[in-house]
Design a protein around this ligand. Structure first.
Ligand code: SIN
Length: 329
């Protein structure tokens, strides 16, 4: 099978979902007053002369601003990616996406598929009509990573940098170099089409849950919400979420996951009543550090589980996946 695959022309499948990379503005100097998701993925590919010599298949899955991403679309996207990766001639899949929820989609796909071929999310901070649009270079770099021999797992490619799906996060609202990989650092940099790799591909990171894990009816996916601890926080939002039938709560705590005492008390009460609670941090860098070298030392917060190095939105996905019923064999 591998020999046959080697003799096939490598095909990259580009799946379009919208975002600023497909956005347009009336004025080329306007970088914020644009409409996302206006151009089709086929137009984005056709605008890059360097892609002309490569075998690329384009599929337009949806056309949205990624702030509106939802569970039904996530499931369809995961299915389409898995179908495309199963074709021997496909070396990898590129997903054009909005920057705003890219890190959530990347994390979700890695946990569900953990693919042994590359799945590359790319996006742009400037619309396609901008004087200095970053979309074309990002898309070109993404296709190169999707053709890279030995590449695997879900990654994000932006501003000449390859981030792993489990680490990537949007850190800046406006600058072109808006993404980071936290303490792990990027997997690679792309320079003139070549990869300078710093660490392994994410394929082996975690076991794939598989598509069967995801309930077909997205409306039945467990409801998990994110709350933040802050000055003057109290338990009223926790009470409102309980009344709304939430199954899990991720709390973005202050510093190393500490919580306002009133919020803390309400969360402990919710947990005692069967709601799953995970404690993360609202700090943009670092995770919740729980245990020291001494296994006998008391935990920082013995009552509420820590989300470790997960960001609040990653912890939300993790908790939601863990609350899904295991598929019947
Ligand atoms: C979006 O996330 O779809 C809009 C913003 C962006 O892509 O930068």
């Amino acid at each position: 099978m591998q020999n046959i695959a080697r003799t096939l022309t490598p095909t990259v499948v580009v799946i379009g979902t919208g975002g600023t990379i497909a956005g347009t503005a009336a004025d080329a100097s306007d970088n914020i007053g644009y409409r996302a998701a206006q151009l089709g993925a086929a137009q984005l590919v056709a605008a890059i002369p360097a892609l002309a010599g490569m075998t690329i298949k384009v599929e337009q899955l949806t056309q949205i601003d990624s702030k509106d991403m939802g569970f039904a679309l996530w499931r369809t996207l995961a299915e389409r990616v898995a179908q495309q990766l199963a074709r021997p001639e496909v070396s990898g899949v590129v997903i054009t996406h909005g920057t705003d929820t890219l890190e959530e989609t990347a994390y979700f796909l890695q946990r569900v598929l953990a693919p042994c071929k590359p799945v590359v999310l790319t996006a742009a901070m400037r619309p396609a009509t901008a004087l200095l649009s970053d979309g074309p270079q990002n898309l070109l770099d993404a296709v190169r990573v999707a053709r890279e021999p030995g590449a695997s797992g879900v990654v994000a490619v932006l501003a000449g940098t390859v981030h792993g799906a489990l680490e990537v996060r949007k850190l800046h609202t406006y600058r072109l170099d808006a993404f980071g990989s936290g303490d792990a650092g990027p997997i690679a940099h792309i320079e003139e089409g070549r990869l300078r790799r710093h660490r392994p591909w994410p394929h082996g990171q975690g076991q794939a849950l598989g598509l069967a894990w995801l309930p077909v009816d997205a409306a039945s996916w467990p409801r998990v919400e994110v709350l933040t601890s802050h000055a003057g926080a109290d338990g009223r939002l926790v009470d409102a979420l309980r009344a709304a039938g939430v199954r899990g709560i991720v709390v973005a705590g202050t510093g190393n996951g500490s919580l306002h005492h009133a919020l803390d008390a309400a969360l402990l009460e919710a947990q005692a009543d069967g709601i799953e609670v995970l404690r993360s941090t609202r700090c943009p860098q670092g995770g919740v550090v729980e245990a020291g070298a001494d296994p006998q030392a008391p935990l920082a917060h013995p009552g509420l589980r820590s989300a470790g190095s997960l960001t609040p939105v990653q912890a939300r996905i993790e908790l939601m996946l863990s609350l899904m019923p295991s598929p019947t064999p």
